[in-house]
Design a protein around this ligand. Structure first.
Ligand SMILES: Cc1ncc(COP(=O)(O)O)c(C=O)c1O
Length: 463
């Protein structure tokens, strides 16, 4: 077994932290200055979860590279936690949004002709006929759950334990034993006791799924087809198909959220399966990095929603900027020129090389870790085998990365070390996850760079 110890992890972490502070004086100073006007020094709280105590400030971002204000250049494997999956400043997207803004403005509360192409393309890829465009995947999920409640006349949402679907009250909880609790740090939950609005089950547990649905109290089952937020957890054979069958049997809407799993390919994880949900959600990169998300409905739900429009818009659904023309232009460019078959094939093949490289390291250094991949997303974790469910994933880390997620947050010491070790040598990973996204313009050399940095770290860790 591996010779990694918590003591060695902490020793290297301290050294890497010092190096990070020394080599990023300008980012550090800007962060200090920003604390005067921004809560916790950042415009959005997630920007504080980077290891090292402060985030780098960006000077330039192009393709899969970022340059910071201290002059360091990074290979960006975070890609805005999927928001930048199309690559930064992608020329096709920049040009489409620029043209839209320059000639027709950003937002007029009127549609542009682009929606026709986008609607047809969304139906072709994701099989649902009717669409709405909103500003974020969180919004899309929130609105979808409201729609499902009203459509079914039921109150409860069913979600997978340890899932994440955005800032959506119904899914910001997790289950320990039989008790549902709100996420630690959740802001002003609607209900102190989330079981008023939510039920949770473990992913891949069909028996629990049927038991929950059979109460006929569930308006909507919201799920990723492959879990991504506590590490990649693949569905077992037949699980998604059974999910579709059971939700139909018990009159529950099935919402598939492919916001992250779209990294599987141009039609997402489910696109090539014989599986059509009632509601489909994707966001983050769908408008090429410009804020935008999509919300698809089946025929019945769409005609039920449409009946409300002549006499009333759907209040509590969307907002003034939803469906704005710049987002639609970005969406068309992203779907037409970037999120293509060819690009996904290349990205996935490079990601497979990365996965193989990390697998070789795991074997060479005799680590009790595993590496896994969906499409262009590669992830390794500090436990010997992939978990079957979110509940299993939450508590499966090796002792040298143990962290009390209730009181200490989500990042364990080895996790922090991996992130800082990579950042100090020119590679950015998504905070919290050991997750790497291979973007459209990445190269085999980029993959090699990341794998070789991991190897350097492992040599030191196991020395
Ligand atoms: C599966 C999934 N759905 C929805 C969201 C929410 O996306 P956003 O934060 O862009 O609203 C996330 C965010 O990480 C996610 O992972």
């Amino acid at each position: 077994m591996s010779r990694i110890t918590l003591e060695r992890v902490n020793e290297l972490l301290k050294r890497e932290e010092e190096r990070y502070h020394e080599e990023h004086p300008r980012s550090k100073a800007l962060f200090k200055e920003a604390q005067k006007n921004f809560v916790a020094g950042v415009p959005m709280s997630w920007m504080r979860i980077w290891a090292g105590g402060f985030p780098i400030f960006v000077e330039k971002a192009e393709g899969v590279y970022i340059t910071d204000v201290d002059g360091h250049r990074y290979l960006d494997l975070c890609l805005g936690d999927t928001g930048g999956l199309c690559g930064h400043a992608n020329p096709a997207i920049v040009s489409a949004i620029h043209k839209q803004m320059q000639t027709r403005g950003t937002t007029t509360l009127l549609p542009t002709e682009d929606i026709l192409w986008v609607g047809r393309e969304l139906e072709r890829r994701f099989k649902l006929p009717y669409w709405q465009i909103v500003m974020s995947a969180s919004d899309a999920n929130r609105f979808a759950l409201k729609a499902a409640r009203e459509y079914t006349g039921r109150r409860l949402t069913l979600a997978m334990n340890a899932t994440y679907h955005g800032s959506v009250d119904e899914t910001l909880c997790f289950q320990i034993g039989d008790t549902l609790i709100n996420y630690p740090g959740m802001m002003g939950p609607l209900f102190e006791d989330p079981s008023v609005i939510t039920r949770m089950i473990e992913f891949n547990d069909l028996e629990a799924l049927e038991k929950a649905l059979a109460t006929r109290e569930i308006a909507c089952l919201i799920t990723e087809p492959v879990m991504t937020n506590v590490g990649i957890i693949l569905p077992e054979p037949g699980y998604l198909e059974a999910m579709r069958e059971l939700t139909r049997k018990y009159g529950t809407c099935l919402l598939i959220d492919e916001t992250h799993s779209m990294c599987a390919g141009p039609r997402g994880f489910c696109g090539d399966m014989d599986l059509v949900p009632d509601i489909f959600v994707a966001g983050k990169f769908i408008a090429g990095g410009y804020p935008g998300a999509i919300l698809g409905f089946n025929e019945e739900m769409a005609s039920w929603l449409a009946q409300r429009v002549p006499w009333h818009t759907f209040f509590g659904f969307g907002g003034t900027l939803s469906g704005n023309a710049a987002a639609v232009a970005g969406m068309r460019a992203a779907l037409e020129h970037v999120l293509t078959e060819e690009n996904f094939a290349r990205m996935s093949s490079l990601a497979a090389e990365m996965e193989a490289g990390i697998a070789r390291l795991i074997e060479k250094y005799n680590l009790d870790w595993y590496v896994t991949r969906i499409g262009c997303r590669v992830e390794f974790r500090f436990s010997p085998k992939p978990p079957r469910s979110g509940g299993e994933a939450l508590f499966s880390d090796a002792p040298y990365n143990e962290v009390d997620i209730i009181s200490e947050g989500l990042t364990g010491p080895l996790e922090a070390l991996v992130h800082l070790y990579c950042a100090n040598r020119g590679v950015l990973l998504t905070p919290i996850h050991e997750m790497a996204l291979v973007g459209p313009t990445a190269t085999a050399d980029d993959v090699q760079l990341y794998v070789s940095i991991l190897e350097e770290m492992l040599q030191e860790l196991t020395a």
